[in-house]
Design a binder for this molecule. Structure first.
Ligand SMILES: C[S@@+](CC[C@H](N)C(=O)[O-])C[C@H]1O[C@@H](n2cnc3c(N)ncnc32)[C@H](O)[C@@H]1O
Length: 448
Protein backbone atom coordinates (compact mmCIF):
# COMPACT_ATOMS: atom_id res chain seq x y z
CA UNK A 1 0.00 0.00 0.00
CA UNK A 2 1.24 3.48 -0.81
CA UNK A 3 1.30 6.34 1.65
CA UNK A 4 -1.28 7.98 -0.61
CA UNK A 5 -3.76 5.15 0.00
CA UNK A 6 -3.13 5.26 3.72
CA UNK A 7 -4.10 8.96 3.65
CA UNK A 8 -7.28 8.16 1.72
CA UNK A 9 -8.20 5.56 4.37
CA UNK A 10 -7.43 8.05 7.13
CA UNK A 11 -9.70 10.59 5.45
CA UNK A 12 -12.57 8.07 5.12
CA UNK A 13 -12.24 7.07 8.77
CA UNK A 14 -12.18 10.69 9.95
CA UNK A 15 -15.34 11.44 7.97
CA UNK A 16 -17.11 8.40 9.39
CA UNK A 17 -16.06 9.33 12.92
CA UNK A 18 -17.68 12.72 12.33
CA UNK A 19 -20.87 10.79 11.58
CA UNK A 20 -20.63 9.01 14.95
CA UNK A 21 -18.50 5.88 14.28
CA UNK A 22 -15.74 4.81 16.70
CA UNK A 23 -12.19 5.51 15.54
CA UNK A 24 -10.51 2.47 17.13
CA UNK A 25 -12.96 0.03 15.51
CA UNK A 26 -12.56 1.60 12.07
CA UNK A 27 -8.76 1.79 12.30
CA UNK A 28 -8.53 -1.88 13.36
CA UNK A 29 -10.94 -2.88 10.63
CA UNK A 30 -8.92 -1.17 7.87
CA UNK A 31 -5.64 -2.56 9.21
CA UNK A 32 -7.06 -6.09 9.17
CA UNK A 33 -9.10 -6.04 5.97
CA UNK A 34 -6.47 -4.20 3.92
CA UNK A 35 -3.69 -6.27 5.52
CA UNK A 36 -1.61 -3.18 6.13
CA UNK A 37 2.10 -3.59 6.82
CA UNK A 38 3.26 -2.57 10.30
CA UNK A 39 4.59 0.67 8.80
CA UNK A 40 1.31 1.56 7.04
CA UNK A 41 -0.73 0.56 10.09
CA UNK A 42 1.46 2.89 12.16
CA UNK A 43 0.94 5.78 9.75
CA UNK A 44 -2.83 5.24 9.54
CA UNK A 45 -3.12 5.15 13.33
CA UNK A 46 -0.93 8.23 13.68
CA UNK A 47 -2.95 10.20 11.11
CA UNK A 48 -6.40 9.31 12.49
CA UNK A 49 -5.56 9.72 16.17
CA UNK A 50 -3.35 12.72 15.51
CA UNK A 51 -6.10 14.65 13.74
CA UNK A 52 -8.73 13.66 16.34
CA UNK A 53 -6.43 14.69 19.18
CA UNK A 54 -5.22 17.93 17.63
CA UNK A 55 -8.34 19.26 15.89
CA UNK A 56 -8.45 22.58 17.76
CA UNK A 57 -4.79 23.25 16.86
CA UNK A 58 -5.34 22.24 13.23
CA UNK A 59 -8.32 24.60 12.91
CA UNK A 60 -6.25 27.34 14.55
CA UNK A 61 -3.43 26.75 12.05
CA UNK A 62 -5.71 27.08 9.01
CA UNK A 63 -7.61 30.16 10.25
CA UNK A 64 -5.23 32.93 9.04
CA UNK A 65 -5.39 31.50 5.51
CA UNK A 66 -9.18 31.27 5.28
CA UNK A 67 -11.88 33.83 4.48
CA UNK A 68 -14.37 32.08 6.78
CA UNK A 69 -14.16 30.20 10.10
CA UNK A 70 -12.99 26.55 9.79
CA UNK A 71 -16.40 25.43 11.08
CA UNK A 72 -18.09 27.24 8.16
CA UNK A 73 -16.06 25.30 5.57
CA UNK A 74 -17.46 22.47 3.51
CA UNK A 75 -17.04 19.64 6.06
CA UNK A 76 -14.99 17.40 3.77
CA UNK A 77 -12.65 20.25 2.93
CA UNK A 78 -12.16 20.97 6.63
CA UNK A 79 -11.19 17.31 7.21
CA UNK A 80 -8.78 17.34 4.26
CA UNK A 81 -7.13 20.53 5.52
CA UNK A 82 -6.85 19.07 9.03
CA UNK A 83 -5.26 15.91 7.68
CA UNK A 84 -2.78 17.82 5.53
CA UNK A 85 -1.91 20.34 8.26
CA UNK A 86 -1.39 17.52 10.75
CA UNK A 87 1.30 16.08 8.50
CA UNK A 88 2.88 19.51 7.98
CA UNK A 89 2.86 20.49 11.67
CA UNK A 90 3.49 17.20 13.44
CA UNK A 91 5.14 14.68 11.09
CA UNK A 92 8.76 15.49 10.27
CA UNK A 93 9.13 12.49 8.02
CA UNK A 94 6.54 13.72 5.50
CA UNK A 95 7.72 16.63 3.33
CA UNK A 96 5.26 19.53 3.18
CA UNK A 97 5.03 19.36 -0.61
CA UNK A 98 3.85 15.72 -0.39
CA UNK A 99 1.24 16.60 2.23
CA UNK A 100 -0.01 19.49 0.04
CA UNK A 101 -0.08 17.44 -3.14
CA UNK A 102 -2.04 14.61 -1.52
CA UNK A 103 -4.44 17.05 0.16
CA UNK A 104 -5.29 18.52 -3.24
CA UNK A 105 -5.74 15.03 -4.70
CA UNK A 106 -8.02 14.04 -1.84
CA UNK A 107 -10.20 17.09 -2.54
CA UNK A 108 -10.45 16.11 -6.20
CA UNK A 109 -11.09 12.44 -5.44
CA UNK A 110 -13.88 13.28 -3.03
CA UNK A 111 -15.98 15.28 -5.42
CA UNK A 112 -14.56 18.61 -4.35
CA UNK A 113 -12.74 19.40 -7.56
CA UNK A 114 -13.93 23.01 -7.54
CA UNK A 115 -12.52 23.44 -4.05
CA UNK A 116 -9.17 21.77 -4.65
CA UNK A 117 -7.74 25.16 -5.69
CA UNK A 118 -8.75 26.54 -2.32
CA UNK A 119 -7.10 23.59 -0.53
CA UNK A 120 -3.98 24.18 -2.59
CA UNK A 121 -3.98 27.91 -1.76
CA UNK A 122 -4.48 27.45 1.99
CA UNK A 123 -1.79 24.78 2.30
CA UNK A 124 0.75 26.60 0.13
CA UNK A 125 0.21 29.80 2.06
CA UNK A 126 0.61 27.96 5.34
CA UNK A 127 3.83 26.41 4.05
CA UNK A 128 5.22 29.73 2.82
CA UNK A 129 4.18 32.02 5.66
CA UNK A 130 4.45 29.53 8.52
CA UNK A 131 1.83 28.40 11.03
CA UNK A 132 0.58 30.79 13.73
CA UNK A 133 1.90 30.30 17.27
CA UNK A 134 -0.71 29.25 19.90
CA UNK A 135 1.32 31.12 22.54
CA UNK A 136 0.03 34.37 21.00
CA UNK A 137 -3.57 33.55 22.04
CA UNK A 138 -4.47 35.95 24.84
CA UNK A 139 -7.34 34.10 26.48
CA UNK A 140 -5.91 31.32 28.67
CA UNK A 141 -8.79 28.85 28.17
CA UNK A 142 -8.75 29.26 24.42
CA UNK A 143 -4.94 28.94 24.40
CA UNK A 144 -5.10 25.71 26.40
CA UNK A 145 -7.86 24.44 24.11
CA UNK A 146 -5.51 24.78 21.15
CA UNK A 147 -2.47 23.48 23.01
CA UNK A 148 -4.11 20.46 24.62
CA UNK A 149 -6.75 19.67 22.00
CA UNK A 150 -9.48 19.70 24.67
CA UNK A 151 -12.54 21.95 24.33
CA UNK A 152 -12.93 24.77 26.84
CA UNK A 153 -16.07 23.22 28.39
CA UNK A 154 -14.08 20.08 29.27
CA UNK A 155 -11.06 21.94 30.64
CA UNK A 156 -13.40 24.00 32.81
CA UNK A 157 -15.28 20.91 34.00
CA UNK A 158 -11.99 19.34 35.15
CA UNK A 159 -10.68 22.61 36.56
CA UNK A 160 -13.78 22.79 38.77
CA UNK A 161 -13.16 19.24 39.94
CA UNK A 162 -9.36 19.12 40.32
CA UNK A 163 -8.04 22.68 39.99
CA UNK A 164 -6.73 24.31 36.83
CA UNK A 165 -3.17 22.95 36.84
CA UNK A 166 -4.23 19.34 37.38
CA UNK A 167 -6.90 19.71 34.70
CA UNK A 168 -4.37 21.01 32.16
CA UNK A 169 -1.95 18.26 33.11
CA UNK A 170 -4.61 15.61 32.45
CA UNK A 171 -5.39 17.20 29.10
CA UNK A 172 -1.73 17.31 28.02
CA UNK A 173 -1.39 13.70 29.11
CA UNK A 174 -4.24 12.73 26.80
CA UNK A 175 -2.14 13.84 23.82
CA UNK A 176 0.23 10.96 24.52
CA UNK A 177 -0.15 7.47 23.14
CA UNK A 178 -2.08 5.13 25.45
CA UNK A 179 0.00 2.19 26.67
CA UNK A 180 -0.83 -1.42 25.83
CA UNK A 181 -1.24 -2.90 29.30
CA UNK A 182 -1.37 -6.60 30.01
CA UNK A 183 -3.16 -8.35 32.85
CA UNK A 184 -1.34 -11.50 33.92
CA UNK A 185 -3.58 -14.54 34.09
CA UNK A 186 -2.30 -15.48 37.52
CA UNK A 187 -3.94 -18.90 37.23
CA UNK A 188 -1.27 -19.72 34.64
CA UNK A 189 1.87 -17.99 35.95
CA UNK A 190 3.23 -15.09 37.96
CA UNK A 191 3.79 -11.64 36.43
CA UNK A 192 7.57 -12.23 36.55
CA UNK A 193 7.25 -15.54 34.69
CA UNK A 194 4.95 -13.95 32.08
CA UNK A 195 7.46 -11.17 31.55
CA UNK A 196 10.13 -13.73 30.73
CA UNK A 197 7.87 -15.73 28.43
CA UNK A 198 6.93 -12.56 26.53
CA UNK A 199 10.54 -11.50 26.32
CA UNK A 200 11.33 -14.74 24.53
CA UNK A 201 8.54 -13.93 22.05
CA UNK A 202 10.01 -10.48 21.35
CA UNK A 203 7.74 -8.43 23.61
CA UNK A 204 9.50 -6.21 26.15
CA UNK A 205 7.52 -5.07 29.17
CA UNK A 206 7.89 -3.26 32.47
CA UNK A 207 5.89 -3.69 35.67
CA UNK A 208 2.74 -1.60 36.06
CA UNK A 209 2.56 0.96 38.86
CA UNK A 210 -1.02 0.45 40.04
CA UNK A 211 -1.86 -3.25 39.83
CA UNK A 212 0.48 -6.10 40.85
CA UNK A 213 -0.75 -8.18 37.89
CA UNK A 214 -0.03 -5.47 35.28
CA UNK A 215 2.72 -5.37 32.65
CA UNK A 216 3.20 -2.38 30.37
CA UNK A 217 4.32 -3.12 26.81
CA UNK A 218 7.53 -1.31 25.83
CA UNK A 219 7.92 -2.92 22.40
CA UNK A 220 6.51 -5.78 20.33
CA UNK A 221 2.99 -6.94 19.57
CA UNK A 222 1.62 -8.86 22.56
CA UNK A 223 -1.72 -9.74 20.90
CA UNK A 224 0.15 -11.69 18.23
CA UNK A 225 2.09 -13.94 20.63
CA UNK A 226 1.60 -17.59 21.45
CA UNK A 227 1.41 -16.50 25.10
CA UNK A 228 -1.73 -14.49 24.27
CA UNK A 229 -3.29 -17.30 22.20
CA UNK A 230 -2.76 -19.72 25.07
CA UNK A 231 -4.45 -17.46 27.61
CA UNK A 232 -1.47 -16.35 29.63
CA UNK A 233 -2.71 -12.76 29.77
CA UNK A 234 -5.36 -10.30 28.64
CA UNK A 235 -5.11 -6.73 27.42
CA UNK A 236 -6.72 -4.38 29.93
CA UNK A 237 -6.05 -0.92 31.27
CA UNK A 238 -4.31 -0.88 34.62
CA UNK A 239 -6.76 1.35 36.51
CA UNK A 240 -9.65 -0.85 35.49
CA UNK A 241 -7.79 -3.83 36.99
CA UNK A 242 -8.35 -2.23 40.38
CA UNK A 243 -12.08 -3.04 40.23
CA UNK A 244 -11.44 -6.72 41.01
CA UNK A 245 -9.16 -5.69 43.87
CA UNK A 246 -11.86 -3.33 45.23
CA UNK A 247 -14.58 -5.97 44.95
CA UNK A 248 -12.23 -8.68 46.28
CA UNK A 249 -14.48 -11.73 45.76
CA UNK A 250 -13.34 -14.96 47.43
CA UNK A 251 -13.25 -18.34 45.68
CA UNK A 252 -16.68 -19.95 45.85
CA UNK A 253 -18.64 -16.68 45.99
CA UNK A 254 -21.62 -15.69 43.85
CA UNK A 255 -20.69 -12.54 41.89
CA UNK A 256 -22.69 -10.35 39.50
CA UNK A 257 -21.13 -8.05 36.91
CA UNK A 258 -24.19 -6.02 35.88
CA UNK A 259 -22.63 -4.19 32.89
CA UNK A 260 -20.12 -6.78 31.80
CA UNK A 261 -19.35 -6.41 28.08
CA UNK A 262 -16.78 -6.64 26.57
CA UNK A 263 -15.79 -8.59 29.66
CA UNK A 264 -12.39 -7.39 30.86
CA UNK A 265 -13.45 -7.09 34.49
CA UNK A 266 -15.74 -10.14 34.56
CA UNK A 267 -12.87 -12.33 33.35
CA UNK A 268 -10.50 -10.73 35.83
CA UNK A 269 -12.99 -11.51 38.61
CA UNK A 270 -13.00 -15.20 37.60
CA UNK A 271 -9.20 -15.26 37.71
CA UNK A 272 -9.27 -13.46 41.08
CA UNK A 273 -11.57 -16.20 42.43
CA UNK A 274 -9.32 -19.00 41.11
CA UNK A 275 -12.20 -19.88 38.77
CA UNK A 276 -14.09 -21.22 41.79
CA UNK A 277 -17.57 -19.88 42.49
CA UNK A 278 -19.73 -18.17 39.90
CA UNK A 279 -19.65 -14.93 37.95
CA UNK A 280 -22.87 -13.87 36.24
CA UNK A 281 -21.80 -11.54 33.45
CA UNK A 282 -24.82 -9.53 32.33
CA UNK A 283 -25.12 -6.78 29.74
CA UNK A 284 -27.91 -5.00 27.91
CA UNK A 285 -26.43 -5.84 24.53
CA UNK A 286 -26.72 -9.55 23.76
CA UNK A 287 -24.48 -9.17 20.72
CA UNK A 288 -21.53 -8.18 22.90
CA UNK A 289 -21.71 -11.28 25.10
CA UNK A 290 -20.18 -13.97 22.82
CA UNK A 291 -16.86 -12.12 23.01
CA UNK A 292 -16.76 -12.83 26.76
CA UNK A 293 -17.31 -16.52 26.06
CA UNK A 294 -14.52 -16.54 23.49
CA UNK A 295 -12.07 -14.85 25.84
CA UNK A 296 -13.03 -17.13 28.75
CA UNK A 297 -12.22 -20.13 26.57
CA UNK A 298 -8.88 -18.63 25.66
CA UNK A 299 -8.10 -17.99 29.33
CA UNK A 300 -9.33 -21.42 30.43
CA UNK A 301 -12.10 -20.00 32.65
CA UNK A 302 -15.37 -21.85 33.19
CA UNK A 303 -17.10 -20.47 36.28
CA UNK A 304 -19.54 -18.07 34.63
CA UNK A 305 -22.86 -17.55 32.88
CA UNK A 306 -23.73 -14.86 30.35
CA UNK A 307 -27.03 -13.01 30.61
CA UNK A 308 -28.43 -10.45 28.17
CA UNK A 309 -30.36 -8.13 30.49
CA UNK A 310 -31.09 -4.51 31.23
CA UNK A 311 -29.41 -3.98 34.58
CA UNK A 312 -32.40 -1.89 35.65
CA UNK A 313 -34.52 -5.06 35.67
CA UNK A 314 -32.18 -7.65 37.13
CA UNK A 315 -34.43 -8.27 40.14
CA UNK A 316 -36.84 -10.00 37.74
CA UNK A 317 -34.21 -12.73 37.45
CA UNK A 318 -32.65 -12.84 40.88
CA UNK A 319 -33.87 -12.83 44.46
CA UNK A 320 -32.89 -10.01 46.78
CA UNK A 321 -29.48 -10.66 48.29
CA UNK A 322 -28.58 -13.35 45.72
CA UNK A 323 -24.95 -12.22 45.35
CA UNK A 324 -21.97 -11.84 47.68
CA UNK A 325 -20.46 -9.21 45.40
CA UNK A 326 -21.88 -6.97 42.68
CA UNK A 327 -19.94 -4.81 40.24
CA UNK A 328 -21.60 -1.90 38.46
CA UNK A 329 -19.07 -0.74 35.88
CA UNK A 330 -21.57 1.73 34.55
CA UNK A 331 -22.14 3.05 31.04
CA UNK A 332 -20.64 6.53 31.12
CA UNK A 333 -19.35 9.46 29.08
CA UNK A 334 -15.82 7.98 28.93
CA UNK A 335 -13.92 11.19 29.75
CA UNK A 336 -11.14 9.05 31.26
CA UNK A 337 -10.36 7.24 28.00
CA UNK A 338 -9.86 10.18 25.66
CA UNK A 339 -6.35 8.98 24.72
CA UNK A 340 -7.86 5.79 23.30
CA UNK A 341 -11.05 7.34 21.89
CA UNK A 342 -10.26 10.99 21.16
CA UNK A 343 -13.63 11.57 19.47
CA UNK A 344 -15.13 11.54 22.98
CA UNK A 345 -14.03 15.17 23.43
CA UNK A 346 -15.51 16.39 20.15
CA UNK A 347 -18.83 17.57 21.60
CA UNK A 348 -19.49 21.30 21.24
CA UNK A 349 -20.62 21.57 24.89
CA UNK A 350 -21.31 19.45 27.97
CA UNK A 351 -25.06 18.98 27.44
CA UNK A 352 -24.70 15.30 26.39
CA UNK A 353 -23.28 14.46 29.84
CA UNK A 354 -26.73 14.86 31.39
CA UNK A 355 -28.04 11.66 29.86
CA UNK A 356 -25.84 9.40 32.01
CA UNK A 357 -26.59 10.02 35.73
CA UNK A 358 -30.28 8.97 35.66
CA UNK A 359 -29.32 5.63 34.05
CA UNK A 360 -26.36 5.15 36.40
CA UNK A 361 -28.54 5.86 39.46
CA UNK A 362 -31.21 3.41 38.36
CA UNK A 363 -28.67 0.65 37.70
CA UNK A 364 -26.98 1.23 41.06
CA UNK A 365 -30.28 0.99 42.97
CA UNK A 366 -31.32 -2.19 41.18
CA UNK A 367 -27.89 -3.79 41.65
CA UNK A 368 -27.91 -2.91 45.36
CA UNK A 369 -31.06 -4.98 45.90
CA UNK A 370 -29.17 -8.07 44.80
CA UNK A 371 -26.31 -7.76 47.31
CA UNK A 372 -26.40 -10.01 50.38
CA UNK A 373 -26.35 -8.32 53.80
CA UNK A 374 -22.66 -7.91 54.60
CA UNK A 375 -21.83 -8.11 50.89
CA UNK A 376 -20.08 -5.54 48.73
CA UNK A 377 -21.10 -3.32 45.82
CA UNK A 378 -18.52 -1.56 43.67
CA UNK A 379 -19.52 1.32 41.41
CA UNK A 380 -16.98 2.33 38.79
CA UNK A 381 -16.75 4.43 35.64
CA UNK A 382 -14.05 5.31 33.15
CA UNK A 383 -15.12 8.93 33.24
CA UNK A 384 -13.88 12.04 35.02
CA UNK A 385 -17.12 13.86 35.70
CA UNK A 386 -18.35 14.41 39.27
CA UNK A 387 -22.00 14.30 38.17
CA UNK A 388 -21.54 10.70 37.00
CA UNK A 389 -19.26 9.70 39.86
CA UNK A 390 -19.52 11.34 43.31
CA UNK A 391 -23.00 12.78 42.71
CA UNK A 392 -24.44 9.40 41.67
CA UNK A 393 -22.95 7.71 44.73
CA UNK A 394 -24.05 10.48 47.10
CA UNK A 395 -27.61 10.40 45.77
CA UNK A 396 -27.66 6.62 46.14
CA UNK A 397 -26.40 6.82 49.74
CA UNK A 398 -29.05 9.40 50.50
CA UNK A 399 -31.85 7.27 49.06
CA UNK A 400 -30.74 3.78 50.11
CA UNK A 401 -30.69 3.42 53.88
CA UNK A 402 -28.05 1.20 55.47
CA UNK A 403 -25.44 1.57 52.72
CA UNK A 404 -22.03 3.04 53.51
CA UNK A 405 -18.78 3.74 51.71
CA UNK A 406 -15.69 1.69 52.59
CA UNK A 407 -13.49 4.46 53.85
CA UNK A 408 -10.19 2.61 53.49
CA UNK A 409 -10.57 1.92 49.76
CA UNK A 410 -7.50 3.92 48.65
CA UNK A 411 -5.30 2.08 51.18
CA UNK A 412 -6.75 -1.27 50.14
CA UNK A 413 -5.88 -0.48 46.54
CA UNK A 414 -2.41 0.72 47.53
CA UNK A 415 -2.93 4.10 45.88
CA UNK A 416 -1.10 7.36 46.40
CA UNK A 417 -2.79 10.03 48.50
CA UNK A 418 -3.79 12.03 45.42
CA UNK A 419 -6.28 9.44 44.18
CA UNK A 420 -8.04 9.70 47.52
CA UNK A 421 -7.78 13.45 48.04
CA UNK A 422 -9.47 14.19 44.71
CA UNK A 423 -12.75 12.59 45.69
CA UNK A 424 -14.92 11.62 48.65
CA UNK A 425 -13.80 9.18 51.37
CA UNK A 426 -14.53 5.65 50.23
CA UNK A 427 -13.80 6.37 46.58
CA UNK A 428 -10.76 6.96 44.38
CA UNK A 429 -10.20 9.00 41.24
CA UNK A 430 -7.21 8.05 39.12
CA UNK A 431 -5.98 10.52 36.52
CA UNK A 432 -3.92 9.61 33.43
CA UNK A 433 -0.91 11.53 34.75
CA UNK A 434 -0.78 9.48 37.99
CA UNK A 435 0.63 6.27 36.53
CA UNK A 436 -0.11 6.40 32.81
CA UNK A 437 -3.40 4.48 33.08
CA UNK A 438 -6.81 5.65 31.90
CA UNK A 439 -8.77 8.06 34.07
CA UNK A 440 -10.99 6.06 36.39
CA UNK A 441 -13.39 6.33 39.35
CA UNK A 442 -14.13 3.57 41.87
CA UNK A 443 -16.38 3.62 44.92
CA UNK A 444 -16.84 0.64 47.21
CA UNK A 445 -20.07 0.28 49.19
CA UNK A 446 -21.32 -2.14 51.81
CA UNK A 447 -24.54 -2.65 53.65
CA UNK A 448 -24.50 -3.09 57.40
C1 LIG B 1 -18.15 0.61 30.78
S1 LIG B 1 -18.86 -0.61 29.81
C2 LIG B 1 -18.50 -2.05 30.75
C3 LIG B 1 -17.11 -2.56 30.54
C4 LIG B 1 -16.92 -3.93 31.17
N1 LIG B 1 -17.25 -3.94 32.56
C5 LIG B 1 -15.51 -4.44 30.98
O1 LIG B 1 -14.70 -4.41 31.92
O2 LIG B 1 -15.18 -4.90 29.89
C6 LIG B 1 -20.55 -0.40 30.12
C7 LIG B 1 -21.41 -1.49 29.55
O3 LIG B 1 -22.76 -1.23 30.00
C8 LIG B 1 -23.64 -1.74 29.03
N2 LIG B 1 -24.96 -1.13 29.29
C9 LIG B 1 -25.45 0.05 28.86
N3 LIG B 1 -26.69 0.23 29.35
C10 LIG B 1 -26.97 -0.85 30.10
C11 LIG B 1 -28.10 -1.28 30.85
N4 LIG B 1 -29.18 -0.52 30.94
N5 LIG B 1 -28.04 -2.47 31.46
C12 LIG B 1 -26.94 -3.26 31.36
N6 LIG B 1 -25.86 -2.92 30.67
C13 LIG B 1 -25.87 -1.74 30.05
C14 LIG B 1 -22.98 -1.39 27.72
O4 LIG B 1 -23.40 -2.29 26.73
C15 LIG B 1 -21.50 -1.53 28.04
O5 LIG B 1 -21.03 -2.77 27.58
Amino acid sequence: MTTKNVRAHAYDILERVRDGAYSHLLVNDVIEKQRLSAEDAGLLTELVYGVLKQRPALDFYMTPFLKQKPSALDRRIQTILQLSLYQMAFLDRIPNRAAIHEGVNLAKANGRKGLSGMVNGVLRNADRKGLPDPETIQDEWRRKEVQTGHPVWLLQLWANMFGKETAFEAAYCNLKKAPVTLRTNTLQQSREALQEILNEEGVATSFGKLAPEALITASGQPAKTEAFASGRFSIQDEASMLCARALDPKPGMQVLDACAAPGGKALHLMEWMQDEGFVTASDLHATKLPLIHEQAERLGLTSFALLPRDARQLSNDFAEGAFDRVLVDAPCSGLGVIRRKPEIKAYPDSSHLKEFPPLQEEILHEAAKLVKPGGRLVYSTCTLNSEENEAVVKKFLHEAPGWKLEEDLAEKLGLQADAKKRTMAGAVTILPQDAGSDGFFIASLFKE
